[in-house]
Ligand binder design. Structure first.
Ligand SMILES: [Cu+2]
Length: 145
């Protein structure tokens, strides 16, 4: 038993030594001067990610999620000053047509293809946003003078 344990310990030591050698070879290959171009490529790649997160502060459109043919959380109320932008996004697991009354704009949405409305608020009043086929109101848009 003792001897077996000793042998397996030796085998383990050899295995560890082998792993160390492999790591040393990998480290040597990776750290050779030839690796400099990939490092240089990596630096610019990180920069676009930083700029990609910067536009986020621009207010995201209101997000309306449709479930079982109705808006989750009820009819969304949006208030926009005249001259501003009516912005909302509708996500639906089923194909639907989203209709912004008053401005009379219809756009389709489907699973994996949400629709984003970004409409200049030129007309004042209170307007219904409807799932056209279902006749279901999903939002109430107030454009105030
Ligand atoms: Cu409608």
């Amino acid at each position: 038993m003792l001897r077996l344990r000793h042998i397996s310990r030796t085998a383990a030591s050899i295995a560890v030594a082998a792993v160390v050698v492999v790591i040393a070879i990998i480290a040597f290959v990776a750290l050779r001067p030839g690796d400099e171009p990939p490092v240089a490529q990596r630096a610019p790649a990180a920069a676009p990610q930083q700029t990609a997160t910067q536009p986020a502060p621009a207010r995201a459109p209101a997000r309306i999620v449709i479930k079982n043919g109705a808006p989750v959380g009820g009819v969304r109320e949006l208030t926009v000053p005249q001259g501003g932008a009516i912005r909302f996004r509708v996500e639906s697991p089923e194909p639907v047509t989203v209709h912004l009354h008053g401005y009379d704009i219809e756009q389709p949405a489907a699973a994996g293809a949400p629709v984003v409305f970004n409409v200049e608020a030129t007309i004042t009043g209170v307007f219904e946003v409807e799932l056209e086929e279902l006749g279901v109101q999903i939002a109430k848009v107030s454009v105030e003078p």
